[in-house]
Design a binder for this molecule. Structure first.
Ligand code: PLP
Length: 377
């Protein structure tokens, strides 16, 4: 038996996405930048995929830049943000993914952290406080980037992106969001939400791994690296046409079914939590009670080891996680769990179950029942 319930780490490739990729691997494999007619299909596929993706987030196609995934998109946004000043400031939340936090650490920006509340939500007044302080010392915030994730990868909390972006703009700052966990799962409209830059990664929405994109609203960035003139001269390197095609098919499919998937994943979540509660398990549900990603369950179990539970479940063929993939390696209480102040006797017993549309109701109950048996030993 194998039950996969770690869809925040990665998802299964959608079969239609896979089928759409095949011709560009085996038949129409030409380099899209070449002038001869054999390249035409690849060139066309690239254009169509860019248009489809742009449509899914209500953007213009020429503002979508293909990258190798979420990590690269975040690095690009943070490191190449190009104010005409020597110093730039980046304000992020305390619960960002390491692809943001470590990038800030390794860039020459001045990094400032906005705290979150017990649900992992960034309160608008906290962002205002930091921007006020910054404006007093540097006069204008034009060299400031505010980067707040759309939804958290560990606890699933969804942020009020539009409100936070409007605050950033009121101070003259630019707003970026790491939407890697959000895209394809909740609706995103870059215009309505006032987003200037957005990072996405295909393998989180049933697309292939190693491909993603960065939406760049208004000539806000310098080119990422040097080489050929691909991606409007902004991101050099031969485009991964099959993966880009797969990403566009997977995204379109997920976006058109968001409501249906949300209802189904909420049902799986309810079933799982109901089964645990019925057995009187002592746990805290982390993250926002309502504003959270569908299918995300992050719980802390009193007096248990999350890592131990993860390994025991693994022995039963069940794949879940202790938090983000990085923290599963570091094996310590994650910065997100610390930031939301989970009590110490619960914090180490944190596990994350993230359902996907392939999971069944039976699987949700099976994971809960197996967990109950384990915590009773
Ligand atoms: N940002 C968030 C919120 C993520 O969850 C992840 C991956 O887990 C990333 C960025 C990195 O994305 P990628 O795996 O495409 O580099």
């Amino acid at each position: 038996m194998k039950i996969y319930a770690d869809n925040a780490a990665t998802t299964k490739l959608d079969i239609d996405a896979f089928e759409a990729m095949k011709p560009y691997l085996l038949e129409d494999y030409a380099n899209p930048s070449q002038p001869y007619s054999f390249s035409r299909k690849a060139k066309r596929a690239l254009k169509d995929a860019r248009e489809t993706i742009a449509e899914c987030i209500h953007a213009e196609p020429e503002k979508i830049f293909f990258t190798s995934g979420g990590t690269e998109s975040n690095n690009w946004a943070i490191k190449c943000f190009s104010p005409q000043k020597d110093i730039h400031y980046v304000i992020t939340s305390a619960v960002e993914h390491h692809a943001i936090l470590n990038t800030c650490k390794n860039s020459n920006c001045v990094h400032m952290l906005v705290p979150v509340d017990k649900y992992g939500t960034v309160k608008p007044e906290e962002l205002i406080k930091i921007l006020d302080r910054l404006r007093k010392s540097i006069i204008s915030c034009e060299s400031t980037l505010v980067s707040i994730m759309a939804a958290n990868n560990e606890i699933g909390t969804i942020q009020s992106i539009k409100e936070l972006a409007e605050i950033a703009h009121a101070y003259g700052a630019i707003f970026h969001t790491d939407a890697v966990q959000a895209i394809g799962h909740i609706s995103i409209d870059v215009k309505a939400m006032r987003i200037d830059m957005l990072s996405a990664s295909a393998h989180k929405f049933n697309g292939p791994k190693g491909i993603g994109f960065l939406y760049i609203g208004n000539e806000l960035l310098q080119s990422f690296h040097n080489g050929g003139s691909q991606e409007f001269g902004m991101r050099a390197g031969t485009e991964n046409v099959p993966a880009i095609v797969g990403m566009s098919v997977a995204l379109k499919k997920n976006v058109t079914k968001i409501e249906q998937h949300t209802a189904y994943l909420n049902r799986l979540t309810e079933l799982f939590l109901y089964t645990l509660r019925k057995a009187n398990a002592d746990f805290i549900l982390n993250g926002h009670p309502k504003d959270r990603l569908p299918g995300n369950i992050n719980i802390s179990m009193k007096g248990k080891s999350g890592e131990g539970l993860m390994h025991l479940l693994d022995l039963k063929g069940i794949c879940i996680s202790t938090g983000s993939a990085c923290d599963s390696v570091n094996q310590q209480v994650s910065h997100v769990i610390k930031a939301i102040n989970v009590p110490v006797d619960y914090a180490e017993g944190t596990i994350r179950i993230t359902f996907g549309k392939e999971n069944t109701e039976q699987e949700a109950i099976e994971i809960a029942d197996t967990l109950i048996k384990m915590i009773r030993v």
